[in-house]
Design a protein around this ligand. Structure first.
Ligand code: BTN
Length: 248
C-alpha cells in the first residue's frame, strides 16, 4: 500500500481543506500523504481571488500533504505535472478524452470538471511541505449562471459516481505518479503531461497582452511556462496569466 491516503482525516464541514492542512502543519509534524477530505467547504479557495464553489456532499474537496524534500524548488513544476496526471488518471477511469488545461485545470470537452491549488513551503534549498488542494465536480447537477464553464462527471455520464470509490482511485493514482517522481522517472511524466495538454500541437487563438494572437502549444518548460510557437514570430514562453486560451 502506498502512502497517499493511508492517513485520512474526514471532516463533515470545514472552511477550506487547504486552510485545515496549513493549520495542522503549523501545529507540528504531519505524515506524508495525509489526506484531508471534507464533505462540505464553507470557504473553498480557488485560483487567484476565486472561490471554489461546491454543493455539500456532491463533489470531492480534499487536500493532500506532501513533503517533497527530494525536489529543489526550481523543479517544483514537475510535481504539478505529477499531480495533474494523478487527477487525470483517476477521472479517466470514468470518462475518455479528459484533458489538462495548462497549468492544471481538468477539462472534459470545454467544461471544467476539476481544479487544483498547490501551495509549497520552501526551507533552504528544499521543498519542505506541499499542500495539494483538489476539487472535483462529481455529482452536482447544476452550477448556476455564474459558472457557465463548469460541469460534473454525473452531468456528462448521466449517472452518479460513488465519491468514496473515486477518492480511493484518486489516492492510488496520485501515489502511482508521485512514487514515479520520487524514483526520478521523470520522462513519462513529461511526455504524458505534454500529451494530455488541451490544444497541444494544434493552432489556436490566444490572448496575449490584450490582443488575440495565433499560436501552437508545443509543451511546457521546466519552470512551468507554456511554450507557444507563433507563426512568423518563433517560440515564446509564457508564465501563468501572461497568456489566455481563447479557443480554435
Ligand atoms: C481552481 O480554482 O481551479 C483551484 C480549485 C481548488 C479547489 C480545492 S477544493 C479542496 C481544496 N480546498 C480549497 O479551499 N481549495 C482546494
Amino acid at each position: 500500500m502506498g502512502t497517499i491516503g493511508n492517513l485520512l482525516i474526514e471532516l463533515q464541514e470545514v472552511n477550506s481543506t487547504n486552510h485545515y492542512a496549513e493549520r495542522i502543519l503549523r501545529n507540528g509534524e504531519v505524515e506524508e500523504g495525509t489526506v484531508i477530505h471534507a464533505w462540505s467547504q464553507t470557504d473553498g479557495k480557488g485560483q487567484g481571488e476565486n472561490r471554489w464553489q461546491s454543493e455539500p456532499g456532491q463533489n470531492l474537496t480534499l487536500s493532500i500533504i506532501l513533503h517533497p524534500l527530494f525536489l529543489q524548488p526550481g523543479r517544483q513544476f514537475i510535481l504539478n505535472k505529477a499531480i495533474s496526471l494523478g487527477v487525470l488518471d483517476a477521472v479517466s477511469h470514468y470518462l475518455d478524452g479528459v484533458k489538462i488545461k495548462w497549468p492544471n485545470d481538468i477539462l472534459a470537452g470545454s467544461k471544467k470538471i476539476g481544479g487544483i491549488l498547490i501551495r509549497h513551503t520552501v526551507e533552504g534549498v528544499l521543498l519542505k511541505d506541499s499542500i495539494v488542494g483538489i476539487g472535483l465536480n462529481v455529482n452536482q447537477k447544476d452550477f448556476g449562471p455564474g459558472l457557465p464553464d463548469a460541469a460534473s462527471l454525473a452531468m456528462i455520464l448521466h449517472r452518479e459516481v460513488d465519491l468514496k470509490e473515486l477518492l480511493t482511485r484518486l489516492c492510488d493514482a496520485m501515489e502511482m505518479r508521485y512514487s514515479r517522481l520520487k524514483e526520478e522517472e521523470v520522462s513519462p511524466l513529461e511526455t504524458d503531461y505534454c500529451n494530455a495538454l488541451l490544444g497541444i500541437r494544434q493552432e489556436r487563438i490566444f490572448l496575449v497582452e490584450g490582443k488575440p494572437v495565433s499560436g501552437t502549444i508545443q509543451g511546457v518548460d521546466e519552470f512551468g511556462r507554456l511554450l507557444v510557437e507563433h507563426p512568423g514570430d518563433g517560440l515564446r514562453a509564457y508564465a501563468h496569466k501572461e497568456i489566455e486560451y481563447l479557443g480554435e
